[in-house]
Write a protein of this length. Structure first.
Length: 338
């Protein structure tokens, strides 16, 4: 009785079983090029090309990146050009904008332009740092909970549901009263009360992806759990993580500025929220000192708008349905104009 020769199974890489559809098609070649690089210079060049293509792929992303990039440059290099001490009191009280004081002075004679530039670093830095902390907690809890399931998922879901219902604003007010009244205290409270929603979204997405073919093939090939979570599943959720990070950054920016406006910030520091609080307590509106409260308000609105544009653009890039609907609206507009 002849034996049928066994045919070896074709070697299929886990990544080839299912495309990483969360990444836009235009970025896939650059990602593959990055993975093939051996030298640091070539890797950085490929990363720069991928970043440039991602920024210019969508108009909303381009506009949002330009706005956020401007504030990042001001936060990094702006204090180097600050000509005066932002906390120094002078005799030039409530002076309108002039050559000596580009944005005028406040009730204490402090230069508003210098405070605005110095406050950019504080406001933007704390918003981004808190957003990174929130996303770190959300990614860890969401991926682990969705991948393992069972009792691990039940325990982490219970903790997530508890933190979802904790009100952030009252807790932050209580925290700054009982602990140090600093921006760090406010940022930590906002971080502890903001990670739960992102973790829940990532848990649901991970729970769906863990049963897909490319994960099953990677598990069968002997990949350890950490690589399955962070090398196979996590790259498919980058668009969700990016959108959640930007949304969290907006919430932190507005939340910290709001708490500082209410008087719960560190009076020894400079930020946009504290500038608005000083303008309110100094009756800048009734004294027609518009240069005191308009610049920080415009900066908060512009930075929030830039981050929102980035968020909308990432949604359009990651979701093909939004790209199709946008193309249809453009065609209808051209047809109506014709």
């Amino acid at each position: 009785m002849s034996q049928v020769p066994s045919v070896p199974a074709p070697q299929t890489s886990p990544a080839s079983l299912e495309p990483r559809d969360q990444l836009p098609p235009a970025l896939v070649p650059d990602v593959q090029a990055i993975m093939r690089r051996d030298s640091w210079g070539a890797t950085l060049a490929a990363l720069a090309r991928a970043l440039w293509r991602a920024v210019t792929l969508n108009r909303k992303v381009t506009a949002g990146s330009a706005i956020v990039g401007f504030f990042v440059l001001v936060a990094i290099f702006g204090p180097l050009f600050a000509r005066q001490d932002p906390l120094k009191f002078t005799r030039d009280l409530l002076q309108p904008p002039s050559a000596a004081h580009w944005l005028g002075t406040n009730q204490g004679g402090q230069d508003v332009f210098t405070q605005l530039v110095i406050g950019t670093r504080s406001s933007l830095g704390w918003a981004l740092l808190t957003g990174l902390i929130v996303m770190g907690i959300s990614i860890t809890v969401g991926l682990v909970s969705g991948f393992f399931g069972g009792i691990v998922d039940d325990a982490l879901s219970l903790v997530t549901n508890v933190f979802i219902v904790i009100p952030g604003l009252p807790l932050a007010i209580i925290a700054v009263q009982y602990f140090s009244r600093t921006t760090l205290t406010v940022a930590l409270v906002v971080a502890l009360t903001s990670w739960a929603w992102g973790a829940r979204v990532l848990r649901a997405q991970t729970f769906s992806m863990r049963a897909r073919e490319f994960v099953t093939a990677a598990r069968a090939s002997g990949e350890h759990t950490g690589r399955l979570i962070f090398a196979e599943i996590f790259p498919n959720e980058l668009s969700i993580v990016a959108a959640s990070f930007i949304t969290t950054t907006i919430q932190v920016l507005l939340g910290v500025a709001g708490l500082e406006f209410l008087g719960f910030g560190d009076t020894n520091s400079i930020s946009w929220g504290l500038m608005l609080n000083g303008a309110y307590t100094g009756s800048a509106l009734f004294q027609a000192a518009w240069w005191w409260f308009v610049p920080p308000g415009i900066c908060i609105a512009l930075l929030g708008s830039g981050l929102a544009l980035l968020n909308f653009g990432i949604d359009e890039i990651a979701d093909p349905r939004l790209r199709v609907s946008r193309r249809r609206r453009v065609r209808r507009g051209k047809a109506a104009a014709a």
